[in-house]
Design a protein around this ligand. Structure first.
Ligand SMILES: Nc1ncnc2c1ncn2[C@@H]1O[C@H](COP(=O)(O)OP(=O)(O)OP(=O)(O)O)[C@@H](O)[C@H]1O
Ligand SMILES: [Mg+2]
Length: 164
């Protein structure tokens, strides 16, 4: 498969266009195994939802992926696992997360993709992976950080196999 994103300095990936952002999502989705919590940082319009769309497509989801800006969460019940896509941009207070029963979302066989996790600070479990998107010429830049043992291995393997 033609690579559409390009590795840069360690853990940085350049994303020259929208399909590169989706391709990064799809690549990580295919490598993710088991439970994963992915925090997605970046200013408005830097590609977080585009990444999630690619991620779901990478898992074989063919439907529409809407931004959860107003709904807080969109759920995708796939054959083997469930993906929850959160966007906390509009959260006025992190304590509101208790009212939506936030802890029920984080269990085995779920992947949680979280846009604007800083808005939920103190009410979210730690991330396995953190991806920070920023504007870059051309397109966007993604910085990928692995925080758990499994995701450190996952990231190492992807770079080693030249998939990132
Ligand atoms: N690598 C890229 N290069 C150029 N444009 C891109 C790239 N990735 C995504 N985009 C475009 O950026 C726009 C905003 O993307 P997206 O909605 O994914 O941002 P977001 O980070 O989720 O924003 P928000 O914080 O508002 O939720 C879209 O038009 C998308 O097509
Ligand atoms: Mg978004």
């Amino acid at each position: 498969m033609l690579k559409r994103f390009y590795p840069m300095k360690k853990n940085f990936v350049s994303l020259p266009n929208e399909s590169a952002t989706s391709a990064l999502g799809a690549t990580l989705a295919k490598a993710c195994d088991g439970t994963h919590i992915i925090y997605l940082y970046g200013d408005i319009g830097t590609g977080k939802t585009t990444f999630c769309r690619g991620f779901l497509q990478g898992l074989g989801y063919l439907g529409k992926v809407k931004s959860p800006t107003y709904t807080l969460v969109e759920s995708y019940f796939l054959d083997l696992l469930t993906v929850y896509h959160f966007d906390f941009y509009r959260l006025a207070n992190p304590e509101e997360l208790e009212f939506i029963g936030i802890f029920d979302y984080f269990h085995q066989n779920t992947i949680c993709l979280i846009e604007w996790p800083q808005q939920g600070k103190g009410f979210l479990p730690e991330a396995d992976l953190k991806i920070s998107f920023s504007n870059y010429n051309p397109g966007r830049l993604a910085k990928i950080q692995a925080l758990s043992y499994d995701s450190i291995q996952l990231l190492k393997n992807l770079f080693k196999q030249n998939k990132l």
